[in-house]
Design a protein around this ligand. Structure first.
Ligand code: NDP
Length: 285
């Protein structure tokens, strides 16, 4: 039976450690500030934004939640980002995705100063990740790395298969694993005979976005299975990509959904914000 890797507990430990760092920063006169912008009323986004706000409170980060109406224009959003870029009390800026259809998402993300890009989506930060010169870490992949370290698992020498090649999860995930000496395969919707590839994985990371997508026949016995997916099952309940009931008896480790990668992603966002505040302070001195 697979061992559960508890993301909720690991995230709580990260936040406790960050809270201590924030106390020290406050003593030096700096309170880390995080601006979260949400446009429109996507219910899933509202939940994610609330979770981020709650985590910021726990850590002692000053959060500024900005909820804009659906009909906000691209120019208005860009002007707000520009204002936040100049605001010395804000160390991290995050635009909750997806944006309504009339926005040019890429242009919006490019407008965020790379020095405040706590989601690590800006090409400048993506480039840093590529060469292993880490500043801001991509939150979900960094959360996965933290989780496996917590469980005492090293990717070194392992064949890690990442299913999904998005800029947010799949690609940076592969890069972080590579930098820790894994042999990495990235799969996607055009991969031929996916199960034959996933079955070779010592560590399988699924970031597809489909409920019950990874079944027992796709998993090597004893493999570490990381479920990044956040989906709704037929009853509307939150679930991952992994068909946990069938995979649990085969895998060596499995991250649950909820309570696995999700809380770690939020914790890593807080870590990036605290890092940003500290970096700004160091550059000032
Ligand atoms: P995207 O939709 O951007 O990417 C999905 C990827 O899955 C694509 O690369 C796609 O391939 C691939 N894919 C789709 N169908 C198949 C298939 N049949 N076989 C193999 N590959 C397939 O999603 P994201 O990366 O943004 O998110 C993935 C999941 O992770 C979602 O459920 C999302 O909600 C969740 N998520 C969870 C987070 C957390 O904190 N836990 C944070 C971010 C995301 P192709 O490129 O060819 O289309």
């Amino acid at each position: 039976m697979a061992q559960k890797i508890d993301g909720k507990a690991a995230a709580a430990r990260v936040k406790e450690e960050l809270a201590l760092q924030v106390c020290k920063l406050r003593e030096l006169g700096v309170t880390p500030g995080l601006a979260v912008i949400m446009v429109g009323d996507n219910p899933a986004s509202a939940v994610y934004v609330r979770n981020k706000e709650k985590a910021a409170q726990q850590v002692g980060i000053q959060s500024k939640m900005i909820h804009l109406p659906e009909q906000t224009t691209q120019a208005q959003l860009l002007a707000l980002i520009e204002e936040l870029n100049r605001d010395a009390g804000i160390h991290g800026i995050l635009v909750q995705l997806p944006l309504p259809d009339h926005f040019d998402e890429r242009a919006v993300l490019l407008a965020i100063s790379p020095n405040k890009d706590v989601d690590a989506f800006h090409p400048q930060n993506v480039g840093h990740i590529m060469i292993g010169d880490y500043g801001f870490l991509p939150c979900t992949p960094a959360g996965v790395m933290e989780l496996i370290h917590t469980a005492g698992i090293s990717p070194r020498g392992k064949h890690c298969v990442v299913v999904g090649r998005s800029n947010i999860v799949g690609k940076p995930m592969a890069m972080l694993l590579l930098h820790e000496d894994a042999t990495v395969t990235i799969c996607h919707s055009k991969t031929a005979d996916l199960p034959s590839v996933t079955r070779q994985a010592d560590m399988l990371v699924s970031a597809v976005g489909r409920a019950k997508f990874i079944t027992a026949d796709m998993v090597k016995p004893g493999a570490v299975v990381i479920d990044v997916g956040m989906n709704r099952d037929e009853n509307g309940k939150l679930c991952g990509d992994v068909d946990a009931a069938s995979v649990e008896p085969v895998a060596g480790y499995l991250t649950p959904v909820p309570g696995g990668v999700g809380p770690m992603t939020v914790a890593m966002l807080m870590r990036n914000t605290v890092f940003s505040a500290r970096r700004q302070l160091e550059n000032r001195n």
